[in-house]
Design a binder for this molecule. Sequence first.
Ligand code: BTN
Length: 312
Amino acid sequence: MQHATVVVSGTKIAQEISSSRSEVWRLIQQLRGLGVDVAGHPATGYQLRSVPDLLLPEILRPLLRGTRFASDVHHFYKIGSTNTAAMTAAADGAPEGSVFLAEEQTAGRGRGANTWQSQRSTGIYCSVILRPMLPPSDVLTLSLAVGLAVQSAIQQVDSRVKPDLKWPNDVLIEGKKVCGILTEMNAEATRVRYIVVGIGVNVNQASFPKELQATSLRLETGSEWSRVELAAALLKSLDREYRQFTENSDARESVVQRFTANSSWILGKKVRIEENGSAFEGTTEGLDARGFLQVRTAHGLQTVLSGTVRER
Ligand code: BTN
């Protein structure tokens, strides 16, 4: 990365990493296999043709300076699930602000029993560890704040895009899902031990199976996005929201009010709620103080505790 676009001899690289030229050749082959564009010049050496859009700690750390996410960035070319890795690391004592990023997930997890499609280097697959001094009842509002952070990051990178928020945790463009958030925690009845916030953003995917009702930022804007730029914007935005949430006494009210203002789903939407094997229909009537969705039905006002919200 420090010599991008310059030809560097195999001998020099071997010296720098205290290895042999044949090992350098093997590693270059491995990088090429992962999609890094390295040219080989027989007489002179190797050349990194362009700086790859990989979510490498060396690239992200300087962009995250001043945030809680700058010092513990972990990157995987291939992993089962960054949320699983982060939950394990948190149980082993990893600090608040640890970030787990992957180019590809082989067992990406969504909410409920859903999976998350995580093809190599097309999306952002990111999990962070938080250790807030909060009761578990505040975690729903915190996860709504994560949605606000994602929405704002996408708009910072391209102000033409108008992402919508669907309660509790989907980010949509033109009614199709562009980002999902999976918040998991380990808690006592009165106190959170740690939270892992997993964020999956569809960035440069060229297509999706129709039944997924998903889209990518590239499909919506017609051009490739820099995952590095978006990942940095996202983590900075998350840092701001999290600071406000943990430091301001009126944070919960502010999140409920801003989520309501920035989502087309919270007031006056005709919805069908599928929850624990049953379903009901009604019209949305705001969020309660804890962040739960209120739906006016033929039998009165109902509070949605979990479940899937669909437009009808
Ligand atoms: C959903 O909408 O169902 C939530 C999807 C969350 C996907 C992300 S990708 C990074 C992190 N690792 C996972 O296994 N899941 C989350």
